[in-house]
Design a protein around this ligand. Structure first.
Ligand code: PRT
Ligand code: ZN
Length: 283
C-alpha cells in the first residue's frame, strides 16, 4: 500500500485530486479526513498543509507527495522529484517599488528584502555574492515595501496582478515552479512497481490534456500535402474510403492548432473535417 500526501486545501488540492481521479484512482470526497484509502488502487491519501509535505515524504511517513517545486526547494528535505505535473505554474521573483529605477541584481546590495522563501533567496544572493538582509515573514509579503519593512520582496508570481496592485515591478525571476510528484528516496521494489504504474497513468492523463482527435477526408492525390500540414505523434492513420479516390486521415493534434490546420486542409481540397475530444491517450 502506497501513501500519497496531497494538499488538504488551497491552490493545488483540486487539481491533485482531479489528476488521481482522471488516472482512474477513486478517492473519497471528504478531504477533512486526514487519511483516505482508495477502493480500487493500492494507495491511501494523506491530506496535509503543503508546507509539511516535503518532510513527510522525505522521512517516509508518506511514500509520495504532490507539492509545488518551490516548497520542495525551500524546505530542503531530500526527496526524489519523480514527475513534473504541469499545473500550479508560477515563478519566484524579486520585485521592487515600480517607481524605482532598477539597475540589476547589485541593486539589492545592503538592502532589505521580505519573503516567505528565505532559503531559496539566500542561495540566490550567495551565488551572486550580494549581501542583502532577508526578512522572513509568513504572509502578505507584497505590502512590506509600502509599510517600510523592506526595500523589495521575493514572492510567488503568477499573473503578476498582485504586484501591480501593490505598486511593485518584477525585476528578477529566480525560479520557475509547478506541481511535482515527489517520492521518498530509496523506495523498495514492490512500492516502486506501483509508483511506476501510477506515473505511467499520470503521463497518459497529462499527454491527453489539450489534445483533440481529428478525422479528415482527403483526395488521394493531395495526401502528401495533407500529411505535411498534420503533425503527428507517430504516423497518422490513413484509411481508404468507400468512395474511390478519397482517403481518411486520423490524427491526434493540439487543440490550439485546430482552426489553422482546418483552414489549410480545406485549401487543398479536404472535406468533412471532424474534431473530437480525447478521453485518454495511453501509450
Ligand atoms: O494551507 P497551505 O499551507 O496548504 O497552502 P498555502 O496557503 O501555503 O499555499 P497555496 O494554496 O496558496 O499555494 C500552493 C502552491 O500553489 C504554491 O506553493 C505554489 O507552488 C502554487 N501557486 C501557483 C501559487 C500561485 N500560483 C500564486 N499565484 N501560490 C501562490 N500564489 C499567490 C501569489 O503569491 C500572489 O500573492 O497568489 C497571489 C496571486 O498571484 P498573481 O501573480 O496571479 O497576482
Ligand atoms: Zn503553505
Amino acid at each position: 500500500m502506497l501513501r500519497i500526501a496531497l494538499q488538504s486545501k488551497g491552490r493545488l488540492n483540486e487539481k491533485s485530486v482531479e489528476l488521481l481521479r482522471e488516472a482512474g484512482i477513486s478517492i473519497g470526497e471528504n478531504n477533512r479526513r486526514l487519511l483516505s484509502r482508495s477502493p480500487n488502487f493500492p494507495v491511501e491519501v494523506l491530506y496535509l498543509r503543503d508546507d509539511d509535505i516535503p518532510q513527510t515524504v522525505s522521512c517516509g511517513i508518506a511514500d509520495l507527495g504532490i507539492v509545488g517545486l518551490n516548497e520542495v526547494e525551500e524546505r530542503g528535505h531530500p526527496v526524489d522529484i519523480l514527475q513534473h505535473l504541469g499545473f500550479g505554474k508560477c515563478r519566484l521573483s524579486l520585485a521592487i517599488p515600480a517607481y524605482i529605477g532598477y539597475t540589476g541584481p547589485g541593486f539589492f546590495e545592503g538592502r532589505k528584502v521580505a519573503t516567505s522563501y528565505p532559503r531559496i533567496l539566500k542561495a540566490y544572493f550567495e551565488e551572486k555574492n550580494i549581501r542583502c538582509e532577508i526578512r522572513e515573514i509568513a504572509g502578505s509579503v507584497e505590502i512590506s515595501p509600502s509599510i517600510g519593512l523592506a526595500d523589495g520582496i521575493f514572492d510567488i508570481v503568477s499573473s503578476g496582478g498582485t504586484l501591480v496592485q501593490n505598486g511593485l515591478a518584477e525585476v528578477e525571476k529566480v525560479m520557475d515552479s509547478d506541481a511535482v510528484l515527489i517520492g521518498t528516496p530509496g523506495l523498495d521494489g514492490e512500492k516502486m512497481q506501483t509508483v511506476r504504474t501510477l506515473m505511467s497513468r499520470f503521463t497518459s492523463v497529462l499527454r491527453s490534456r489539450g489534445k483533440k482527435y481529428m478525422l479528415v477526408n482527403v483526395p488521394n492525390d493531395r495526401i502528401d500535402e495533407a500529411l505535411e500540414i498534420i503533425p503527428s505523434m507517430k504516423s497518422p492513420t490513413l484509411l481508404p474510403l468507400a468512395d474511390k479516390g478519397w482517403s481518411a486521415i486520423h490524427a491526434v493534434i493540439d487543440e490550439s492548432e485546430v482552426w489553422d490546420m482546418a483552414d489549410r486542409l480545406k485549401a487543398i481540397g479536404a472535406e468533412d473535417i471532424l474534431v473530437l475530444s480525447m478521453e485518454k491517450l495511453i501509450i
